[in-house]
Ligand binder design. Sequence first.
Ligand SMILES: *Cc1c(COP(=O)(O)O)cnc(C)c1O
Length: 408
Amino acid sequence: MIRINDNYLKLKASYLFSDIAKRVTAHQQRHPDPAVIRLGIGDVTRALPEACIAAFHKAVDEMAADGSFRGYGPEQGYGFLREAIAANDFKARGADIHADEIFVSDGAKCDTGNIQEIFDNGARIAIPDPVYPVYLDTNVMAGRTGPYRNGRYDGIVYLDGHAENGFIPDLPREPVDLIYLCFPNNPTGATITADRLKAWVDYAAANKAIILYDAAYEAFIRDDSLPHSIYEIEGARQVAIEFRSFSKTAGFTGTRCAYTVVPTSLMAFTASGDAHSVHNLWSRRHSTKFNGVSYPVQRAAEAIYSDAGRRQAADLVGYYMANADLIRKEMQALGYPCIGGENSPYIWVSTGKESWAFFDMLLEKAGVVCTPGAGFGTCGEGYIRISAFNSHENVATAMTRIRCALKS
Ligand SMILES: *Cc1c(COP(=O)(O)O)cnc(C)c1O
């Protein structure tokens, strides 16, 4: 009798975004006009930069001729893209990362989800609350947790975020081996200073732990004092893996290209304490289970680092950040304390109510869809996430409607 991986049965039954979709559909059937405005799901809405499109087209044409056609590429990614990443995203910021430490992939979701399989099943896992659900669910699937009870899985060390710590978790009080961090954060939009990040790097070094640093929103940082990469912090090459994605940076959510940095100096240990290169483990995993991102997509991603591409990607981010400014300003003017929206496309709003009650009220009275904070973890209760990923027109209309709804 074939048995299932019954860890899957531990997964929380309902999925946040399907719950939201059900409520939105029911609302629309009752009130077809005016159309709802979606400031909920974290997907970009604007077209790819022109420089990317031009490079994409050119690469497709190369695939049309035998002389320039490409078959399987290097699993780790083409050198032209890894060199551009190392030079622009790391060396230019004083972070010592080499092209051969970069693994190009089809998404930071896959990478942040898959990375756990190269570590021991008994590893003690620290995960922030609230959190991007992928980190948690993939550890549940792998059997690193007990059952789900009262909003939490047994066996996980939760790192609580709350108003007092500004949603930047404090160091764990018990020993942990693998630590997930994400800055600028999804869902809270919180950012971390170099000093606070250094405390995490030092903790990891002292405890022989590894930090999994998700920097998918690094392009939204406007405060020059904030680190874009964990490798800007001294000692991070010995303790951290970093995940990046072109999804939010340059509108690649439907095109699919991301990368993971695993420094050659990063070590993890056998039961008897022998050090092994984590880079070698991930390289083995990546080349066994992944066959590379398509050539035209890697050319499109490379174009982000051209002069025109850089300008156009910055404009794209700037467009969404103008929305973030408006959302934050309006919600604060209405008396709701906000985190995020200054160096991130998400605004985390303290509602003074239960998340779902506030969600229903915004949907009912304003026809605006947000994301209830409780869907990201128990510490998200009382908050909602508003996303800046929409057109200026829709965001302006949504904020006018919210203002009318909340004042009445
Ligand atoms: C959007 C997002 C990513 C990027 O995912 P892709 O698979 O590269 O599209 C990674 N981490 C977080 C927290 C995100 O919100």
